[in-house]
Design a protein around this ligand. Structure first.
Ligand SMILES: [Zn+2]
Length: 406
């Protein structure tokens, strides 16, 4: 049994005691003053973090890729985004399963430390990478099963029709156990090929009982329309509510009447969106879509790879950065976007902090959301299944503090 006392909870004034038994939350009651178990010291206890979008197969590859792709991806209105993808592909030749495993494992250890309970993890599938990334991530999924729910996406990063042989590889990846069917329709050479890309991947997902996660419209071109194509195909295949769309940066440039029409379609298709304002100069309209009832999550996207030079799989940091791009006035919404809403976007059932729910939670370093975001420190404690799986305590010593005698 685990008891956590002296906890602050979101939206519930006062101090609280949580108890967990056999992996479930058994009670949440006002603090009685008893000091048994873990002391939250007045810090916030919340649902754990969920990352709806991470390219886990290419973490820590920036040094291999060089700075060229990064410069192309982040320049201006992202006109060269496709060049960045081509440049980044060069690192895949010669990539071994072991090398991917070592780098991705380091990132997943950081996930545990930062209280990330689930990750929608993209693994490149293409003639150059083969199934190296998928095999590595599926093995890590097993290795981390108790701590992190790794949902492996078979992701045709270089296109489907553009890179012949890829479709068969994606099918093989799904047969190996990949959880989600990926896609990146906007990089096909024609709109017709993009539509075909979406159609085939949604059909594969339906056939195999998988969800869909696609990177859509990731460049500064208002003519890109694959978010619409995806939503329409979901409806056509009876797959509403079974997909998420990542990036969709072109949405930032859509005329308002079209954006409104698209919002209606997205809603009907039950499509969740994932934005990552820290990894590119454009981002989808996060708050207008949230206000329209569309579930929008924030994702880490990249950790030290060809597209983004930072990242520690700290989703408080992701929300902190988003607060600088999107404005600091809706911190609670941003926090939902890396916790409960993100869980919804990837189709992970979450019961929240209620009696009977899985005893998965974080004890933050901060008594309020703002304080936790300001510090963006790892949680003081990460609890999964009623068990503490990581604790962090940072202390600074001031041996020569002004006024202190030597
Ligand atoms: Zn991405």
């Amino acid at each position: 049994m685990l008891t956590v006392h002296n906890a602050a909870l979101r939206g519930r004034p006062g101090r609280w005691t949580l108890t967990a038994e056999r992996g479930r939350l058994t009670s949440i009651t006002p603090d009685s003053g008893a000091a048994s178990g873990l002391d939250a010291e007045g810090n916030l206890v919340t649902e754990p973090f969920v990352d709806a979008h991470l390219h886990l197969c290419k973490v820590h590859t920036l040094d291999l890729a060089g700075g060229g792709p990064l410069a192309a991806y982040t320049n201006g209105t992202m006109g060269a985004a496709m060049d960045a993808i081509d440049g980044a592909a060069a690192v895949k030749a010669g990539q071994t399963e072991e090398a991917v495993t070592v780098r991705a494992r380091a990132a997943l250890v950081e996930s545990v430390r930062h209280g990330v309970r689930a990750v929608q993890a993209f693994a490149d599938v293409d003639p150059a990478a083969g199934l190296t990334g998928v095999r590595a991530l599926l093995a890590l999924k097993e290795e981390f099963r108790e701590f992190v729910d790794v949902r492996v996406v078979a992701f045709p990063q270089d296109g489907l029709l553009k890179a012949p042989g890829t479709e068969e590889l994606v099918e093989e990846a799904v047969a190996l156990g990949a959880d989600v069917v990926g896609g990146i329709p906007w990089i096909e050479f024609t709109d017709a090929a993009a539509a075909e890309h979406v159609r085939r991947m949604v059909a594969l997902a339906r056939r195999t009982g998988r969800r869909v996660a696609m990177l859509v419209d990731d460049a500064g071109d208002p003519g890109l329309r694959t978010t619409e194509t995806l939503a329409a195909e979901l409806l056509a295949h009876d797959m509403a509510g079974r997909a998420s769309a990542q990036h969709a940066r072109a949405m930032a440039l859509y005329p308002e009447p079209y954006l409104r029409r698209l919002t209606g379609l997205i809603t009907r298709a039950g499509l969740g969106l994932v934005s990552d304002p820290h990894t590119g100069p454009l981002h989808l309209p996060v708050f207008p879509l949230t206000d329209a009832g569309v579930p929008v999550a924030l994702g880490q996207d990249d950790i030290e790879d060809a597209y983004y030079p930072f990242g520690r799989h700290n989703l408080l940091e992701v929300a902190f950065l988003a607060a600088h791009v999107l404005g600091p006035n809706r911190l609670d919404d941003l926090y939902d976007m890396v916790t409960t809403t993100a869980a919804r976007v990837i189709g992970r059932e979450t019961d929240g902090l209620t009696e009977g729910a899985p005893a998965d939670f974080v004890v933050l370093d901060g008594t309020t959301i703002r304080e936790a975001l300001t510090r963006h420190n790892p949680p003081r404690h990460v609890v999964v299944g009623g068990r503490v799986i990581a604790s962090t305590n940072s202390l600074t010593h001031f041996p020569a503090f002004p006024g202190k005698s030597a």
